[in-house]
Design a binder for this molecule. Structure first.
Ligand SMILES: Nc1ncnc2c1ncn2[C@@H]1O[C@H](COP(=O)(O)OP(=O)(O)OP(=O)(O)O)[C@@H](O)[C@H]1O
Ligand SMILES: [Mg+2]
Length: 348
């Protein structure tokens, strides 16, 4: 659906050129929710604005629905943009227009007759849950409701793609959840491909199928959300995930590991393990196997079980003690059963 190849974006700046994008290759498949996450200044907005050519890239190719956007005439570009809706962080509503008229704006600009506009916008306001507020003005509705207007407006011209640039960043967590649910519904029921930009892993966790991590104008990590959560590779990814799954263990846990290590029987070994898994695996039978069959002692020190969309996602810290070779066998067994295992050395 969207194919970016070798995208660079260089802005002129007072202190010289700013390289906002440094060679981005990205492929978004039809019907998916693709998340792009990164810290402030990483290049997220620059990237999303390249997709509908709100920003013309300095170099590279932008293919959307089979068309090379950079090669289109102005008229063809306007037509192509109708197939790409966009939702903004600060809603960008016109204060002098009602909810209905804000949502209808793209159709008015395209010259659609009023009766047809109504036929299109009424069901959209229904979809976003605002039919009863159609005659209100932006000043008379909440932030979450404003974003619903923004979504209805973005969907007005029946786009194939919806771009969302921090659409929930100005909203509280509960409203964020309801807006993300709405975007997911639009994706599933209308088949709209969604590209969503955020700085919050919570947002990625709730809605994205795949995620790309962008840092200093480059994509540094990309994959299905569950994979990236269970096996983050880059430090930046780990620090972003930290918001949901603490990557560092609390000091109290480390102190317990030291005291367990100090009490090991002569000849016994101990190893702190961080385990994570996703999907239908359950820890319990796997851990009891380790205790029963390998004769290890396991102390569960820390952990949480969460959901990524419909998948269970767990993370545990355990201290295994016993025969050193058996600890090695336990790690192999865990890995063979789909658990991601990291060994952690505790010093001091
Ligand atoms: N129009 C512009 N002119 C010059 N530099 C710009 C322009 N727009 C963005 N930049 C610079 O490009 C880099 C990437 O900016 P961008 O807005 O894409 O980041 P972002 O990831 O969206 O950040 P945020 O999370 O704060 O919105 C930053 O260093 C920014 O200062
Ligand atoms: Mg931005």
């Amino acid at each position: 659906m969207i194919n970016l190849r070798g995208i660079t974006q260089i802005y002129p700046g007072p202190q010289g050129p700013v390289e906002a994008l440094r060679g981005i290759d990205l492929h978004v498949t039809p019907g998916e929710v693709f998340g792009i996450i990164g810290r402030s200044g990483a290049g997220k907005s620059s990237l999303v604005r390249v997709i509908n050519l709100l920003n013309r890239p300095t170099s590279g190719q932008v293919m959307v629905a089979g068309r090379d956007m950079t090669q289109l005439s102005d008229a063809d570009l306007r037509a192509a943009r109708r197939e790409i809706g966009m939702v903004f962080q600060h809603f960008n509503l016109l204060s002098s227009r009602t909810v209905f008229d804000n949502a209808a704006l793209p159709l008015e600009l395209a010259g659609m007759p009023r009766a047809e506009i109504k036929k299109r916008i009424d069901p959209l306001l229904d979809l976003v849950g605002l039919a009863h507020l159609a005659d209100r003005y932006p000043a008379q509705i909440s932030g979450g409701q404003k974003q619903r207007v923004g979504i209805a407006r973005a969907l007005a011209s029946n786009p194939k793609v919806l771009l969302s640039d921090e659409a929930t960043s100005a909203l509280d967590p509960e409203t964020t959840r309801s807006i993300l649910d709405l975007l997911r519904q639009v994706n599933r029921e209308m088949g709209v491909t969604v590209v969503l930009i955020t700085h919050q892993m919570q947002v990625i966790k709730q809605i994205a199928d795949r995620v790309a991590v962008i840092d200093a104008g480059r994509i540094v990590e990309m994959g299905p959300v569950v994979d990236v959560f269970t096996r983050p590779q880059q430090d930046i990814t780990k620090s972003l995930i930290d918001e949901i799954v603490p990557q560092e263990l609390p000091a109290g846990v480390l102190a317990r590991v030291r005291s367990l290590a100090a009490r090991l029987e002569p000849g016994a070994s101990g190893q702190l393990l961080r385990l994570s898994y996703a999907g239908e695996h359950a820890y319990e039978p796997i851990l009891s196997h380790l205790i029963r069959e390998l004769g290890l002692d396991l102390s569960i020190l820390h952990g949480q079980i969460d959901e990524i969309q419909d998948q269970t996602f767990g993370s545990l810290a355990v201290y295994a003690s016993g025969n050193m070779a058996r600890i090695g066998a336990a790690i192999d067994y865990l890995r063979a059963n789909g658990v991601v295992v990291r060994t952690v050395e505790v010093t001091g």
